[in-house]
Design a binder for this molecule. Structure first.
Ligand code: SF4
Ligand code: SF4
Length: 316
């Protein structure tokens, strides 16, 4: 069985203080950290034992995981196991990078977010260079706040073209076309993030080939639907896996809607779905099509079932 697991344990502390984040500068007590470590080690023990499956794992901690030794160790150890296809984590990249030399760099990957104001630009860029030199797969992104725009442009210009820079629409923010154009010039896939995706009843791979797991081993289809499918550690979730439509009205987070079958994102990110690396370089859209609208302002393709090629957003 091919299974993608999104793991989020109790860790909720972070070394950064982003004004847009509820976890900014939160501290976990020693007891909470021990519980997070125990939960993570239980999970990695389970993942290591699933030799009959092919697993892809994305750690999506509330806070920052890589400042904790147990997350670094989990990435290194899981990457070396034959049945693990990919192991990735969302990170602010505040940690050192040398430990990644011990990982299988064909399989380990980082989803890195640059938070201007939280770390000097040169330090963040230096970390990206270290990852490139180590041969680690990574994407880099920013939250699309106007105050981040110049720093994002500077970063895009400094990163090698093969490093994808993504832009997440800021939560609760509505973008004018002019604003969206500015972000789309940096990330041609920004139109996917600009608006929440209508998802009610649409087929979504979560709950079938993708699951979300918390520190207790409770399995849900995704981080956003609270219905429980069983527990990871007693295997009870397996009989609950199957195709099912989304029960929510909209899905507005990349780690959710990337799995919607009505969007072409498994093709766009083929081979790099978890770490958000497109299969082919993405290009800025051309100014206008025959209808006078820039391609990124036309409605995004929405199809049912597996998408025919002609409905796919052109990204290459
Ligand atoms: S780095 Fe991430 S988790 Fe930490 S405060 Fe910023 S947004 Fe929140
Ligand atoms: S579309 Fe989003 S909210 Fe709905 S089931 Fe899929 S991941 Fe969850």
């Amino acid at each position: 069985m091919d299974l993608t697991v999104l793991y989020r344990g109790p860790l909720a502390s972070c070394d950064y203080d982003c004004p847009y984040c509820p976890f900014a500068k939160r501290r976990d007590s020693g007891e909470q950290l021990r519980a997070d470590r125990a939960a993570l080690e239980r999970f990695t023990g389970w993942a290591g034992a699933q030799t009959g499956d092919r697993l892809s794992v994305l750690f999506t901690p509330w806070g920052e995981g890589l400042v904790r030794s147990w997350y670094r160790r989990a990435l290194v150890e899981l990457s070396r196991l034959p049945h693990i296809r990919r192991v990735a984590i969302q990170t602010n990249l505040s940690c050192r990078t040398g430990w990644l030399a011990d990982a299988d760099r064909d399989k380990v990957a980082l989803w890195c977010t640059y938070h201007p104001g939280q770390t000097p630009y040169e330090r963040f860029l230096g970390r990206c260079r270290e990852l490139s030199e180590l041969g680690v797969r990574f994407s880099v992104g920013v939250v699309g706040l106007e105050s981040h725009l110049e720093e994002a442009r500077r970063l895009r210009a400094a990163l090698p073209p093969e490093v994808y820079l993504w832009v997440n629409a800021a939560e609760g923010h509505t973008y004018t076309d002019a604003e969206a154009d500015r972000w789309t010039a940096l990330d041609p896939l920004f139109p996917y993030s600009r608006h929440p995706h209508t998802s009610a009843g649409l087929p979504c791979r979560t709950g079938e080939s993708v699951i979300s797991v918390d520190g207790d081993g409770t399995v849900r289809r995704c981080h956003f639907v609270r219905t429980e499918l069983g527990n990871l550690y007693d295997g009870g979730y397996r009989s609950s896996l199957g195709p099912r439509g989304c029960p929510l009205t909209v899905c507005d987070c990349h780690i959710g809607y990337v799995h919607l079958e009505s969007l072409p994102l498994y093709d766009v990110f083929a081979g790099g779905v978890l770490e958000r690396i497109p299969a082919r370089p993405v290009r800025a859209p051309t100014p206008a099509g025959p209808d006078g609208r820039a391609p990124h302002r036309r409605p995004l393709p929405l199809v049912t079932g597996r998408e025919p090629a002609e409905n796919r957003l052109r990204t290459g």
